[in-house]
Design a protein around this ligand. Sequence first.
Ligand code: PEP
Length: 255
Amino acid sequence: MSQERTTLIAGNWKMNGGLDEVDGLAGDLAGRMAGLAAAPGFELAVCPPFPLLPMVASAIEESGIALGAQDCHGNEKGAHTGDVSAKLLAQVGCAYVIVGHSERRTDHGETDEQVRAKAEAAQAAGMAAIVCVGETEAERDAGRATEVVVGQVVGSVPEGATAENLVIAYEPVWAIGTGKTATPQDAQDMHAAIRASLADRFGAETAAGIRILYGGSMKPGNAAELLALADVDGGLIGGASLVADDFWAIGQAAG
Ligand code: PEP
């Protein structure tokens, strides 16, 4: 982790969490932030399901915790039943939108082109897109992990990336929710390859400011080792973000 990039620990609640989690999880985290004696050396974000966003926004108000959504549509508005516009997400207080999570790429067949449009929409609405990339186990076993991931970065990241409007999340698909994690060496190598690809396109200075998160079974027990890597600038946390003690411990490992 570089001094110039603030570590971001973002919790992806996925299709979990209900009204109980507004105070029980988001409010609990806000209370812990308020109890800190000094400014934390990390940024926390929570990404609950859509209906909870306004309530969670209230629960974390003035805590310093950022709000994020798990998806948005690529168009500004229109006849897209069931979808949510980036503009509305920004209006309810979101600073981040996760786009291109592997579960959406799999469950909804999202392509790099669609992910890029969603990222563009999020950025146009004034938020940062958290663009997710990652290889499957078969792709890694075939020695194609870097080619696949860098290809997704090239295809999914819109023009005009800055440190403020873009975060990348490297999430090996085989590590999500499985308890398996990339080795520190493999994670660092992939993050460095992603940063090199961003540097080719946006210049070294911009690439040096863009945060690249690791995701895939990050837990309190393995967070410190992963977060200490030179090009790992935080974590996108699934399962462990649903337990306040665990999510907080990962933040502490970063700070
Ligand atoms: C995720 O889905 O973004 C994720 C990283 O999940 P988990 O931490 O549960 O592996």
